[in-house]
Design a protein around this ligand. Structure first.
Ligand code: HEM
Length: 228
């Protein structure tokens, strides 16, 4: 294992995680009025609606897939009767399907941001980079899953990436699990960590302000009229 491996799979991810945490605290304390998704709906509505809907419908199951795929050891899924083959097929077909939905959404959102003049004018460099980087991450994630299943059908990310990821979480990061992983997966993981580090300084902070209380709230809030 080289110094580069140690940097990429031990130092870099921890740097990104630390930047993510400290960056959010800093942004929250210094820029609460700038904590926004910076909507551009008033400039263009149709593409935003389709792109945003597809992206968000896709990314939620994709995130759930990441949590299970990276967080749950093979032995546990086997113990509940899910064979490795069944899991792999599910990851390819179900993961692949939602990956395509996410990609389509991100493609529409990115082309909208770059090609519609008024939207582009209102975009900061950070907005443009976030869109382009997300598109790249989703594309290379899809390519890793679909491409690798053709070129290296025996490769199972749960024997390498997932073990490395868990080693990272328990502060015993072991770069050897990542050094032999296909390049597309390596690029996917590095760019995933890169966006994690950039997150607090971009419009992505809006994710933490999703108004979940809307789900259970009544449509109209009635107040009793108190006549004194
Ligand atoms: C930061 C650490 C990340 C790691 C370690 C990681 C790891 C992986 C792995 C192992 C796969 C293959 C999953 C499979 O075959 O089912 C994958 C696929 C994928 N990833 Fe990531 N990923 C990361 C971040 C991200 C981010 C930030 C995004 C999106 C913004 C993303 C989007 C996708 C997509 C769309 C796929 C293909 C569809 C799927 O199977 O879920 N990933 N990723």
């Amino acid at each position: 294992m080289t110094m580069v491996d140690q940097f990429l799979w031990v130092i870099f991810p921890y740097l990104c995680i630390a930047t993510f945490i400290v960056g959010h605290v800093f942004r929250y304390r210094t820029d609460q009025f700038g904590w926004t998704a910076k909507s551009s709906e008033f400039l263009e509505k149709k593409q935003l609606m389709i792109g945003s809907l597809l992206f968000h419908i896709g990314i939620i199951p994709v995130i759930a897939g990441h949590v299970v795929g990276l967080g749950v050891p093979k032995e546990w899924t086997r113990a509940v009767g899910i064979s490795d083959h069944l899991y792999h097929m599910g990851a390819i077909w179900v993961g692949g399907f939602f990956g395509v939905v996410t990609f389509l959404g991100m493609f529409i959102l990115t082309s909208r941001r770059f090609t519609i003049k008024s939207v582009r004018k209102l975009s900061s460099t950070s907005d443009l980079i976030v869109n382009a980087l997300l598109l790249f991450i989703v594309f290379i994630g899809m390519y890793s899953v679909i491409g690798t299943s053709v070129t290296q059908p025996d490769f199972d990310y749960r024997d390498s990436i997932s073990i490395w990821f868990r080693s990272l979480l328990i502060f015993r990061a072991d770069a050897s699990f990542m050094s032999q992983v296909p390049l597309a997966f390596q690029l996917h993981v590095i760019s995933g960590f890169l966006i994690t580090a950039m997150w607090p300084f971009t419009r992505l902070v809006h994710v933490w302000s999703v108004p979940l209380n809307y789900v259970g709230r009544s449509y109209i809030i009635y107040r009793k009229h108190r006549s004194e």
